[in-house]
Each structure stands twice: as C-alpha cells, then as structure tokens.
Design a protein around this ligand. Structure first.
Ligand SMILES: Cc1cc2nc3c(=O)[nH]c(=O)nc-3n(C[C@H](O)[C@H](O)[C@H](O)COP(=O)(O)O)c2cc1C
Length: 367
C-alpha cells in the first residue's frame, strides 16, 4: 500500500517519517511505536550525549526490530561577541528573577563542544549499526558521509531551498527532506538567509522535485492523509511529520506543551530566534513577546540556546508554559490526542481513500 522509491530505499512499509525532535520528545517508546506501525521512527538526538544516544538506541531496539533513524544537528563554526552575551544576560535578568533563578547562564564551551559531540554521536551511530541517519542545519564533512556510506547507513538531509537540496544531493544523501515554512521547530536553512528561506511546502516541494533525482520527503504542515496525498501529488516520495506526533501519549513533550498544541490555533505560531539563536517555529509565548522588544544582537546558535536553558528548565519545573519553548507547526487545529500507531494508521487510511476518490473522478464528474 503506497509503496514509493523512499519506502523501498529504507525497507519500511509506509511513506511516513516521525520527525526527529530533539529535547526529550522522541522517547524510545514513541520511536518504536512508529516503527512497529510500519513508518520510520526517529530519535531526535541533537542534544544527547553519546552515552545517552547509545542508551536510547538500545531502548528502541528492545522494543522493535524494524528500521529506525537517528537525527543530529550538523555543527557550524560561529563567533559570538562577549558584549552580545553580556547584554543578553542583562536583558534576561528580570525573567530569571521572576522565575527565581539566581545568577547568569554561561555560554562557555557551547561552540567548541558542538563539533566534538557530533563526532562522538556519529561514532555511536556507526557502532550501533543504526540503519538510517538524518540531519539538519548543514551538511556533514565528506569523511563523515563516507564513513556512514561505507557501513550502508541510509542518509537523509534537510533542505529549505532548491539550492540546499541540490547541495545535499551532490554530497551523497539518499533522500532529501524538504522543510516548508509551515514546519514546527528549527529551520534547517544553511545556505540562504533563514528569514528569506521561508518557502511554503506547496511551493517548495515541486521545485525541489524538478531539481534533484533522489527521493524527496515533504515536511511542514502535514498532519493527516490529505497532507500525505497532496505531497505525493506534488512529486514527494514520502512525508515527515513532527507536530502530529507531539500530542501522542508516547511523546515526551511536557503535558502543558501537549495541551497547548491541542488547543492553539493556526495563527498562534511564530518564527523566532529568541530561544536558541536560530530561527524556529513555535507557539507564541510571553518570552517571545518580551524578546521581540530586544534591540541588541541575539547571539547565534548554540550560544543563545545555552543562555536560555536555565529559563526554559525552570519554567517547565514551575509549570509555566509562557517561558518554555513549544515548537510547533501551523497545522495545529488538526492535532489530536491519539496513539502514535493511530497517527500512522489513520494517515495511511485517509491518504489511500483520498487518492482513490480522486482517481475515481477520472470519468470527468465534478470533485
Ligand atoms: C518540537 C519539534 C522539534 C523538532 N526538532 C527537530 C530536530 O531535532 N531535528 C530535525 O531535523 N528537525 C526537527 N524538527 C523539524 C521537523 O523535522 C519537521 O521539519 C517538522 O516537524 C515538520 O513540520 P510539522 O511540525 O508541521 O509536521 C522539529 C519539529 C518540532 C515540531
């Protein structure tokens, strides 16, 4: 049912990927439930140490013998001024006080550690013979790509423009995940200016399909079988869904966050670099509103991410959603509380029904 070049390439049943969502959301239970339902589950491992990643992989393997993926952030060299860090800490001070946090947050090590941690994470993927590796924020260096290819790991890279998709194909990825601007979470943009690379899924997918010869996976705003059928019509070989899995009981998202996903509207998300220094789409919060007033320069990722870490953590502990980050796509009204296997099953059933209905109209009767 709905076999595509992508399902064949990865040896999975259905053309659906549960997005890797870093930050504790993609629990081993979620990833394994998706894999057991016939789609591709992904461990969002961007913030995991190599030891934590190894444990997560083994916990997934305890629950499924199906293929699954690990998703990582490609490190980028950034230079951040100490003045910007100091000014940001001063600006965050009243928020810290409100939340009862003492002191400031240091950004020491944030930049240097990235590359080292990434190499260690890759080593775990190789050691543990993870079948699929996906990544965002750039392209890994050739020696990393080659090491993965030599071990037969399937590789998926993220693009937000045609140029990025072509660069990923040239670098040797097996499939390209095309992230439209509807998508929740961080933008994967690495060649364009992030605020210029906000292209909707409907516009971006067919332009990429025309420019590359590898399978294209559409991401951004796909919440059900109508979205899957539409993306197949655009020439995609599969879809990657994030927001649709946030409110599953297996998701590790904070209960308040899950509640906000279930009750927010399509006009309540915004793209912001306030939390991490990298543009990302999330449900609007008081933190975003306050940061919109900031006149200085927000330090680049991962520095800002580290500077706001204590705020996000304290807010979560205090059940204060207004200072947590709640990444989410624009398809919010379509989010439901349902088991991960039902997200996969219902999406598939609906897509097949939609495609059959449309095919049935080939006699010229009105749709
Ligand atoms: C909470 C959340 C966290 C995310 N974290 C990651 C991540 O760690 N790595 C990644 O490649 N994409 C991440 N994304 C983006 C997804 O891969 C995907 O592009 C997006 O979820 C698709 O749009 P949708 O949310 O409308 O389904 C995240 C998305 C969300 C909603």
């Amino acid at each position: 049912m709905l076999e595509t070049v992508f399902t064949k390439c990865l040896g999975i049943q259905y053309p659906i990927i549960q997005a890797g969502m870093a930050g504790g959301i993609t629990t081993p239970t979620l990833v394994a439930a998706v894999a057991n339902a016939g789609a591709l589950g992904t461990i969002g491992a961007g913030y995991l140490s190599s030891a934590q990643l190894r444990t997560a992989i083994r916990e997934v393997r305890d629950r499924t013998d199906k293929p699954f993926a690990v998703n990582l952030f490609v490190p980028k060299a950034v230079t951040v001024s100490e003045v910007d860090i100091q000014q940001m800490n001063e600006y965050l001070e009243p928020i810290r006080r409100e939340l009862g946090i003492s002191g400031t947050c240091s950004a020491d090590g944030a930049v240097d550690e990235q590359r080292y941690v990434f190499e260690e994470q890759i080593q775990v993927i190789l050691d543990e013979q993870v079948p699929v590796f996906s990544f965002t924020f750039g392209i890994p260096e050739p020696h990393v790509m080659q090491a993965l290819q030599r071990r037969g790991v399937r590789i998926l890279g993220t693009a937000t423009t045609v140029e990025e998709a072509v660069a990923l194909e040239t670098a040797g990825v097996d499939c390209v995940v095309v992230q439209g601007s509807e998508a929740g979470g961080h933008r994967g943009t690495f060649l364009s200016h992030p605020s210029r690379a906000l292209i909707g899924t409907l516009a971006l997918v067919p332009q990429v399909v025309d420019a590359v010869s590898i399978p294209v996976i559409a991401a951004g705003g796909i919440m059900d079988g109508r979205g899957l059928a539409a993306c197949l019509a655009l020439g995609a070989a599969g879809v990657q869904m994030g927001t649709a899995f946030l409110s599953c009981p297996e998701s590790g998202a904070h209960p308040l966050y899950q509640q906000r996903v279930l009750t927010s509207r399509e006009d309540e998300t915004e793209v912001t670099s306030a939390y991490s220094g990298k543009l990302a789409r999330g449900i609007r919060t008081e933190f975003m509103n306050r940061m919109a007033q900031y006149a200085g320069t927000i330090p680049e990722y991962p520095v800002q991410n580290q500077l706001t870490q204590d705020i996000r953590r304290a807010a979560a502990q205090q059940q204060n959603a207004e200072f947590m980050s709640m990444w989410s796509g624009q398809g919010l009204r379509l989010a439901k509380r349902r088991a991960a296997r039902d997200v996969v099953r219902e999406t598939m059933d609906q897509a097949v029904a939609v495609l059959e209905r449309l095919a049935g109209r080939s006699d010229g009767s009105p749709i």
